[in-house]
Design a protein around this ligand. Structure first.
Ligand code: UTP
Length: 477
């Protein structure tokens, strides 16, 4: 009882008394849930965030661009014999690490996916051209294929949020973990913060419920530690974490070349980049500043930088971040622990959040009314020893599902998958009619269990006793 009284009076003395306006009318279970939610909120942290990020936002200086240079990166080998050798060496090192069981796959799936507007965790959204396999299944099959190829357990960690945890776990249970051993798939929920209005008042989504939102993909570092995942990795001998987002079906979940370069250069955090498609593309850019690797958000990069060109005419700040990283387990432990050497900064997002008004009715706003706070995983880069950026091909590895339509939508991702499958088939001599963008006239798909890269496709195709004729609806498994 004292606890409950203390919590309520703490909220009252911090200007948040409205949280408990309807408390006496709630049933006991809802009261307990509200108290549990309230007790997990650090009111000092919220007040400080309001003060520094919102109340004084007009004074907020934009990030300093002093000494900002494009970050170095390892380019794709293309036809350069020396580079091809380097990539082959890196691949061999990465494959050895996979065979030794040093890798864990890690998906951040705690986002709300508001832009897609799909009712359910984004990972349950169907993306493949014919079967409409959900994103989770695509990743599961890539991990399953890697387990078979390297003949070793590869645990898969998934970060969910308080808003989608149980739905995500049930989805895996209902689908038998898509063929992966259940004890190798680990879920944990990330941290959260309340949404607040411009005056710093915490918003309620129902009389007994605070409007909570996840603390951003950067919350992964502390959630990996708090959930015991890092301790589990230590006990299992997994020391490298292959990080990817839930929205990109083309991602190579466990890329030996990437792993090999990361190990060769003794990096604590490595990242993949693609060349920006145009100066205005809305992706963060890898830069170097005062000897540190940083990602500068597109909104922070002035036009003089986004438009800057090299003498050969190419874009100067061209390294687009695609949110694929490798993290050393001990680096995550160092940053994500309670006494972590560094706290990642919070960024502000202004969003539409349905909330209770003073008269107790639910208001659904049609313009942004609330502030949310998020950490970004790439803010860990400046703390990493020997951070490394390597290039990958956009066509082969990046086609996220972000929006309901237009760019980065289910349609563009579907088409990019088809183009990739068509390139693989053409490389083994199969003739397929396609338009000038490489999009075939027929709709088919290739399972990640058959192949998930061009090289693997070539091998698997060669071994096929009976070669299917590609037409609409064909599925190569
Ligand atoms: P996005 O930046 O695309 O955000 O997340 P989102 O919340 O999924 O989608 P919108 O902006 O509401 O439309 C990029 C990746 O980071 C994960 C997402 O699940 C996605 O894989 N993420 C994002 C988290 O895991 N937690 C978060 O708090 C935010």
């Amino acid at each position: 009882m004292t606890d409950m009284t203390d919590i309520i009076s703490n909220f009252k003395s911090n200007g948040q008394a409205h949280i408990f306006t309807h408390f006496d009318k709630l049933d006991k279970v809802t009261q307990d849930l509200l108290i549990a939610q309230a007790s997990s909120i650090d009111l000092d942290e919220i007040a400080a965030l309001h003060q520094t990020l919102i109340a004084r936002r007009s004074e907020a200086t934009t990030m300093s661009l002093d000494g900002l240079e494009p970050a170095d990166f390892i380019p794709l080998p293309h036809a350069d014999a020396g580079r091809i050798r380097e990539w082959c060496e890196a691949t061999a090192i990465g494959e050895a690490a996979l065979r030794a069981g040093r890798l864990a796959a890690f998906t951040v799936a705690g986002g709300q996916g508001t832009r897609l507007g799909f009712d359910g965790p984004k990972g349950t959204f169907g993306v493949t051209p014919v079967l409409k396999k959900p994103l989770f299944q695509v990743f599961a099959e890539k991990i399953l294929a890697a387990r078979r190829r390297y003949d070793h357990n590869i645990p898969w960690y998934l970060m969910t949020s308080v808003l989608n945890h149980s739905e995500t776990v049930s989805f895996f249970e209902q689908n038998d973990y898509f063929g992966l051993p259940a004890d190798q798939v680990h879920f944990f929920s990330q941290g959260f913060l309340p949404a607040i209005d411009s005056e710093g008042r915490i918003l309620m989504s129902a009389p007994g419920e605070i409007a909570l939102s996840p603390d951003g993909h950067g919350g992964a570092l502390r959630a990996l530690v708090r959930s015991g995942s890092i301790a589990r990795m230590e006990s299992e001998g997994t020391d490298l974490i292959s990080y990817f987002q839930v929205d990109n079906p083309l991602v190579r979940c466990l890329d030996p070349a990437f792993i090999g370069f990361h190990l060769q250069r003794d990096s604590e955090m490595s990242s993949k980049m693609v060349l920006k498609s145009n100066p205005e593309e809305k992706v963060g850019v890898f830069c170097e500043q005062n000897g540190k690797c940083v990602v500068v958000e597109y909104s922070d990069l002035p036009e003089s930088f986004t438009q800057a060109r090299n003498p050969d005419g190419s874009l100067r700040f061209a390294s687009g971040s695609i949110a694929i990283h490798l993290l050393n387990r001990d680096f995550v432990k160092r940053l994500g622990g309670n006494d972590g050497e560094a706290k990642l900064p919070f960024h502000l997002a202004h969003k539409k959040v349905p909330h209770l008004t003073e008269d107790g009715s639910l208001h659904t706003p049609d313009s942004p009314n609330a502030w949310k706070f998020e950490m970004f995983v790439f803010d860990a880069l400046p703390f990493a020893k020997n951070p490394l950026v390597i290039e990958t091909s956009r066509a082969d590895e990046f086609s996220p599902v972000k929006n309901a339509d237009g760019v980065d939508s289910p349609l563009t991702s579907h088409q990019d998958q088809l183009r990739q499958f068509t390139r693989w088939l053409r490389e083994v001599g199969v003739e397929l009619e396609a338009d000038e963008s490489g999009l075939p006239r027929v709709n088919f798909e290739i399972s990640p269990l058959f192949a998930d890269t061009a090289e693997r496709f070539q091998k698997a195709w060669k071994n096929l006793a009976f070669k299917p004729k590609i037409g609409t609806g064909v599925i190569i498994i």
